[in-house]
Design a binder for this molecule. Structure first.
Ligand code: MG
Length: 372
């Protein structure tokens, strides 16, 4: 298969190149010159077409002749400027196209090019260096190569009339015709795909950068009933109150919801699975142990906690005066900065069990980054 129809990221190279020019508002007409036998491949490569894409033009025996035939097909539309591009350069960018077009404001022609970085050697025969060629002032020509349409059309017509068919690019024909052709910065990405190795490099460039971490979100919810007592534990803070909270541990509902949110974010069960209420070891235990355990499980997976957010639903006690202490306490047990901890409270407008002060509820959300 001709390389311009070879698939790159599932799309023919030609389709990539055409899409690059379709993305450029300054381009009015796009014409592809194809081998006369490749009509089927062309139609498969550009099935939808676009309003700016004209029917393909059958090319000639050489690259030079194909370009001349393409220019002749465009002549009826009387374009002001023309860009000639190689379909095997799929990574041409809007910036490169814009630089070539801009240089046509002051020159007959302009080509994208890159200064040569490698030292040049001339083979002296038998694979042995004969000479080192000075590289100063040498550039590698890329495409697009842009020209004032009339000037390059005339140059191609004259070259054909004089039997010249040895030019390797359009700038060479322009130089031969005495036109002034500017060198503008191309791009290393705008390389020509010629070999299988080039194609493999192009496939690598197309791959989206794999993120090192992926975000995970978990949620938690918990309820505890009020009972006789003189304090409650909420988000790791002991708050004097005219009631206590009933529970096997210290009944810190916000920390239980938080623990479930952290475990949920990494898909590692729930608090009841890791700390069963039937286990006497957790009788009266401080609930920070549960949150700390969840944080350790995240660390063991190579993850880190981005933020946690807690909402406490109750009529009393008032949470506001303790908010900062709660943020500091939660931050310390999770090993994160307090700016990553949200504590909020709301009443439920005296509705439901929280409104009747039979108990309180807590909601939690946690965002965790895990290695992808
Ligand atoms: Mg609980």
């Amino acid at each position: 298969m001709p390389k311009q129809y070879a698939l790159l990221g599932g799309r023919p190279l030609l389709a990539h190149a055409v899409a690059a020019f379709e993305a450029c508002p300054a381009i009015d007409i796009i014409t592809v010159v194809i081998h006369p036998d490749d009509r089927g491949l062309y139609e498969a490569a550009l099935p939808a077409g676009s309003s700016r894409l004209t029917p393909p033009v059958p090319g000639g025996a050489t690259r030079q002749e194909s370009v001349r035939l393409g220019l002749e097909a465009l002549a009826a539309a009387r374009p002001d400027r023309v860009l000639i591009h190689d379909a095997a350069r799929p990574f041409v960018t809007l910036e490169v196209v814009a630089r070539v077009l801009a240089a046509l404001g002051t020159h007959d022609g302009a080509i994208a090019a890159e200064p040569l970085a490698d030292t040049l050697k001339r083979d002296g025969g038998g694979g042995v260096i004969g000479a080192t060629v000075a590289r100063a002032g040498l550039w590698k020509a890329q495409t697009p190569q842009g020209f004032r349409f009339g000037a390059i059309h005339d140059a191609h017509t004259r070259a054909a009339a004089e039997g010249r068919d040895d030019f390797t690019d359009d700038a060479a024909i322009a130089e031969w015709a005495g036109l002034s052709v500017a060198l503008v910065a191309g791009s290393a990405r705008n390389f020509k795909i010629t070999t299988a190795e080039d194609m493999a490099m192009a496939e690598q460039l197309l791959k989206p950068a794999t993120p090192a971490f992926e975000p995970r979100t978990g949620t938690g919810f918990d309820v505890h009933a009020f009972c006789a007592g003189d304090h409650v534990w909420l988000a790791g803070v002991r708050i004097p109150h005219d009631q206590g909270l009933e529970g096997h541990s210290d009944a810190d509902a916000p920390l239980h919801a938080l623990t479930d949110a952290l475990l949920g974010a990494i898909g590692d069960g729930d608090i009841g699975q890791h700390f069963p209420p039937s286990d006497p070891a957790w009788k009266g235990a401080p609930s920070r142990l549960f949150a700390e355990d969840a944080a350790r499980r995240i660390a063991a997976r190579g993850g880190r906690i981005v933020n946690v957010d807690l909402t406490i639903l109750c009529e009393a006690p008032r949470i506001g005066p303790h908010r900062d202490a709660m943020r500091e306490a939660v931050a310390a047990m999770l090993g994160i900065d307090a700016t990553r901890v949200g504590i909020k409270a709301t009443t439920t407008e005296r509705l439901g069990f929280t409104g009747r002060k039979e108990g309180l509820a807590a909601l939690a959300t946690a965002t965790v980054l895990l290695p992808a």
